[in-house]
Design a protein around this ligand. Structure first.
Ligand code: HEC
Ligand code: HEC
Ligand code: HEC
Ligand code: HEC
Ligand code: HEC
Length: 180
């Protein structure tokens, strides 16, 4: 009996703490949802090695298209082969332990299996080319990749997002535009 009497006010205190906490959490979620500077919107995969975009893009000023060669011509932007990395890394940073998985892949002739983050379902049609031709920068959909050490998907890129931008830009919105 004495225990129950003690527990009740404690529970009331718990509720009193829980309500403002819940409000704070809702507030944070709502705020980040409306902010343009989003973090990853989907989980970021663990790869065999880390590829630092910031170092190659911002520090070394290598163009996106040097590595993502098909971005302006086909559905897939493509991720560079081991051979493309070795174009530089046969002679650059040859003793850097962070490059060990790359050297091992080169020696064994196996690819590095980078795990895709951006992937639309097969029933949809997306091509990079019309978007690049329309004048959009990579950052419009991928954020500031050049400043990211580990690249992460920062834009939702689901149907509502696609259609919203198409409406704003008078681009086609009939179902068959994006669904075959
Ligand atoms: C030196 C080569 C290189 C350069 C330059 C480069 N990338 Fe990448 N990029 C990669 C590699 C390798 C991956 C795969 C590794 C990963 O996902 O972390 C990748 C992955 C990506 C992805 C994620 C793909 C996915 O869905 O998994 C995006 C988006 C991307 N790059 C955009 C860019 C943009 C935009 C630029 C220019 C600002 C750029 N990259 C410059 C090599 C490069
Ligand atoms: C155009 C030349 C070039 C290409 C292509 C290139 N890199 Fe590099 N990379 C460099 C240079 C230069 C450095 C900096 C070396 C240093 O500071 O010692 C570097 C550094 C690195 C590092 C070390 C990061 C660290 O902080 O330890 C990794 C990992 C790396 N590159 C992976 C890759 C991979 C994977 C690819 C292919 C997708 C690639 N690089 C393609 C030039 C290149
Ligand atoms: C209008 C939005 C948009 C723009 C602009 C855009 N992308 Fe993408 N990107 C996407 C979407 C959507 C996907 C997923 C496509 C799929 O699954 O078929 C994607 C996928 C990728 C991938 C994943 C790997 C692959 O082979 O496709 C890379 C790399 C990439 N984009 C790089 C770039 C680069 C580099 C640029 C600038 C030259 C760029 N993107 C501009 C929307 C965009
Ligand atoms: C940042 C704005 C923007 C986003 C986001 C965007 N698009 Fe687009 N898209 C455009 C514009 C503008 C065009 C029209 C280019 C033109 O007039 O040729 C276009 C063209 C297209 C085309 C070619 C249409 C045709 O008939 O030539 C397809 C397919 C397409 N988008 C699919 C998608 C899909 C799927 C997504 C979402 C994953 C998406 N787009 C996201 C702006 C966007
Ligand atoms: C601008 C591109 C675009 C247009 C236009 C578009 N869709 Fe989509 N749709 C997508 C993309 C991208 C996805 C996959 C991502 C997602 O589930 O939102 C999708 C997914 C879907 C799905 C599957 C949802 C699920 O849960 O798997 C259905 C159903 C669908 N669309 C129907 C339609 C219909 C009907 C229309 C015409 C009124 C239409 N779409 C117009 C881009 C588009």
């Amino acid at each position: 009996m004495r225990q129950r009497m003690g527990a009740l006010p404690l529970r009331v205190v718990g509720v009193l703490i829980a309500i403002p906490l819940a409000l704070i959490v809702i507030g944070i979620v709502a705020f980040s949802g409306g902010s343009a500077a989003l973090g990853a919107v989907y989980s970021v995969p663990e790869n065999e090695m880390e590829f630092p975009h910031d170092q190659h893009v911002n520090s070394l000023a290598i163009e996106c298209e040097f590595c993502h060669r098909a971005a302006d011509t086909s559905r897939t932007a493509t991720v560079p082969s081991v051979e493309q990395c070795m174009f530089c890394h046969k002679t650059v940073a040859t003793a850097n332990p962070n490059l060990e998985p790359l050297r091992a892949a080169w020696e064994s002739g196996e690819p590095l299996n980078w795990i895709r983050q951006h992937r639309l379902p097969d029933h949809t049609q997306f091509r990079h080319e019309p978007h690049i031709t329309a004048g959009f920068e990579c950052t419009e959909c991928h954020g500031d990749v050049g400043s990211m050490r580990q690249v992460e998907q920062v834009r939702i890129l689901k149907m509502g997002d696609c259609v919203g931008c198409h409406k704003e830009n008078s681009a086609p919105t009939t179902c068959s535009t994006c669904h075959s």
